[in-house]
Design a protein around this ligand. Structure first.
Ligand code: MV4
Length: 448
C-alpha cells in the first residue's frame, strides 16, 4: 500500500480524499496556490506545499510544479480528484515516467475515452448502444452534411475532443447545417486545438443517466447503479440523485450490465462513469465515458455503502476490489444539492466573498462535503461550488423531504448562494414526480 499520497486538487474533493487516506493510514500531502494559503485542505493534510500563484494555470494545472512537489516529499501516488489534471493523459504519462502512481486509469485509456468519436466506436463494437451517427470523424462541411442527410435531421454536431457541451451545435436542416458545423468546429479548434467532428442524431429532451463503475487490475468490474443528473443548467449539474425515479428493475439491470460491458471493452481500470442519454421511449444510448471520480460520487456512496475514494486507492495500489457485484445491495434513495456561491437573480454570477458564521447541517442520513469554515474567504479564481449537501432516506419522497429540512438548517452568512434556487426545484411538482429531463431548468426556471 502507498505510504504517502499527494492530492493535486483543492476544496471539498481534496478534503474528501485526505479523509479517505487518513482512514487507510496513508500520509497526505496537499498542494495549494497562493490564494489558498488559508484553505482547509492545506490545513488538514499532513504536509502542504505552495505550488504557485492563484491562477490555476500557474498552480493546480502546472504539471511540472506538481510533479516536482511530489518528488520533493517522496509521495508514492497522486490523486487528481476531478477537474484540473484529472483527465489529462499527458500528466498521467508524466507521473508514470517519474514512477509515481496516477490514481486513475492509464494514459492510453484516458486518450481512448477522451476522443469521443473513438469512444463511440469502441462501445459500438462491444454491443453498447450508441446514438445513430458517424463512424469516422469528419473535418469538411460537405462530407459532414452528406452524413447528416443520411442520419436524418435534426442532428447534433460534436467535437471529437469535446465533452460537457463544448464544441456542440444542433442543426435542424440542410439550410443551417454548414453554419452550425463551422461554428462548432471553430469552437473546438480554439478550445481543444482539434477540428475533428462527428455527427449524431439529435435526441430531444433526454434524461442524463450515468452509471458508476469501478474496476481493478484483475479485470473485475463492478457497477454501483445509476445517477440521474438531468437537473442541470448550461451543462453544470445542480441536483443529482440515485437511483433514477423512472427506471424499472429490468431496464436498470440491462443498463448496468451494458455499463460493465462498456468498461470491459475499454479495458478500464479505476473509477469511471458511463454516460447515457435516455429518450422519451426509454431507449438508452452511450454518449461519453468520464475517466475520473465525479463531483456527484457521494450519492452512489450513500446508496451502495461503497467508499469510492478508498476503492480507487486500493485498485491503484494493485489490490483487488473489496466488493464483488453480488455484494452490492443498492439501498434507499440519495440526493445531492450543489451549493454554489453565485447569484441566481443575476444570471448565476459567481459571488465570492468572506463567509461569516457557518452552520453545517447534520443528522441521520445527512452528509455535507465542503471545505468552508467561519471566516473563510472564497477566492475568486476557482469554481463557485463550495459545498455539497447529500441526504439519504428509504424513499425518494423521504429524501426530498429530508433535503428541504436539511437545507433549512444550513447557514452560510455573508455570501449569496443558490440555496433558494435549490428549494424551488425541490418544491416543483414535476421534479417531485420524477417527471423531468435535461431541459427542466430552462423550461421551469425561465424567469431568471
Ligand atoms: C446530445 C444530446 C442530444 N442528442 N447528443 C451535452 C453534453 C454532452 N456530454 C452531451 N450532451 C448532449 N448530447 C445527442 N445526440 C443532448 C445533450 C445535452 C445534455 C446531455 C446531458 C446532460 C445535459 C444536457 C443538456 C443539453 C444537451
Amino acid at each position: 500500500m502507498f505510504q504517502k499520497i499527494l492530492i493535486a486538487n483543492r476544496g471539498e474533493i481534496a478534503v474528501r480524499i485526505i479523509r479517505a487516506c487518513r482512514e487507510l493510514g496513508i500520509r497526505t500531502v496537499a498542494v495549494y496556490s497562493e490564494a489558498d494559503r488559508e484553505a482547509l485542505h492545506a490545513q488538514l493534510a499532513d504536509e502542504a506545499i505552495c505550488i504557485g500563484p492563484a491562477p490555476a494555470a500557474d498552480s493546480y494545472l502546472d504539471m511540472e510544479r506538481i510533479i516536482s512537489a511530489c518528488i520533493a516529499v517522496k509521495a508514492d501516488a497522486i490523486h487528481p480528484g476531478f477537474g484540473f489534471l484529472s483527465e489529462n493523459s499527458k500528466f498521467a504519462r508524466m507521473c508514470r515516467k517519474c514512477h509515481i502512481t496516477f490514481i486513475g486509469p492509464s494514459p492510453e485509456i484516458i486518450d481512448r475515452m477522451g476522443n469521443k468519436s473513438e469512444a463511440r466506436n469502441t462501445m459500438s463494437k462491444a454491443g453498447v448502444p450508441v446514438v445513430p451517427g458517424t463512424k469516422e470523424p469528419v473535418k469538411d462541411v460537405q462530407t459532414a452534411r452528406h452524413f447528416a442527410r443520411e442520419i436524418g435531421y435534426p442532428v447534433m454536431i460534436k467535437a471529437s475532443s469535446g465533452g460537457g457541451g463544448k464544441g456542440m451545435r444542433i442543426a435542424e436542416s440542410d439550410l443551417d447545417f454548414a453554419e452550425n458545423f463551422q461554428m462548432a468546429q471553430m469552437e473546438s479548434m480554439r478550445g481543444f486545438g482539434d477540428d475533428t467532428m462527428y455527427i449524431e442524431k439529435y435526441v430531444k429532451d433526454p434524461k442524463h443517466i450515468e452509471f458508476q463503475i469501478i474496476a481493478d487490475k484483475f479485470g473485475n468490474v463492478v457497477q454501483l447503479g445509476e445517477r440521474d443528473c438531468s437537473i442541470q443548467r448550461n451543462h453544470q449539474k445542480v441536483i443529482e440523485e440515485s437511483p433514477c425515479a423512472i427506471l424499472n428493475e429490468k431496464l436498470r439491470k440491462e443498463m448496468g450490465e451494458t455499463a460493465v460491458r462498456a468498461a470491459k471493452a475499454a479495458h478500464y481500470e479505476n473509477a469511471g462513469t458511463i454516460e447515457f442519454l435516455l429518450d422519451k421511449d426509454r431507449n438508452y444510448y452511450f454518449i461519453e465515458m468520464n475517466t475520473r471520480i465525479q463531483v456527484e460520487h457521494p450519492v452512489t456512496e450513500m446508496v451502495s455503502g461503497v467508499d469510492l475514494i478508498k476503492e480507487q486507492i486500493y485498485v491503484a495500489a494493485g489490490m483487488p476490489l473489496s466488493v464483488t457485484q453480488e455484494d452490492i445491495r443498492l439501498n434507499g434513495h440519495a440526493i445531492e444539492c450543489r451549493i454554489n456561491a453565485e447569484n441566481p437573480e443575476k444570471n448565476f454570477m459567481p459571488c465570492p466573498g468572506t463567509i461569516g458564521q457557518v452552520h453545517l447541517p447534520g443528522g441521520f442520513g445527512v452528509r455535507v462535503d465542503t471545505a468552508v469554515y467561519s471566516g473563510y474567504e472564497i477566492p475568486p479564481y476557482y469554481d463557485s461550488m463550495i459545498a455539497k449537501v447529500i441526504v439519504h432516506d428509504r424513499t425518494r419522497a423521504g429524501a426530498i423531504h429530508k433535503m428541504r429540512s436539511t437545507l433549512g438548517e444550513l447557514i452560510l452568512e455573508g455570501i449569496t448562494t443558490n440555496v433558494d434556487f435549490q428549494y424551488e426545484i425541490l418544491n416543483n411538482r414535476d421534479f417531485c414526480a420524477g417527471d423531468f429531463d435535461t431541459s427542466f431548468i430552462e423550461k421551469n426556471m425561465g424567469s431568471r
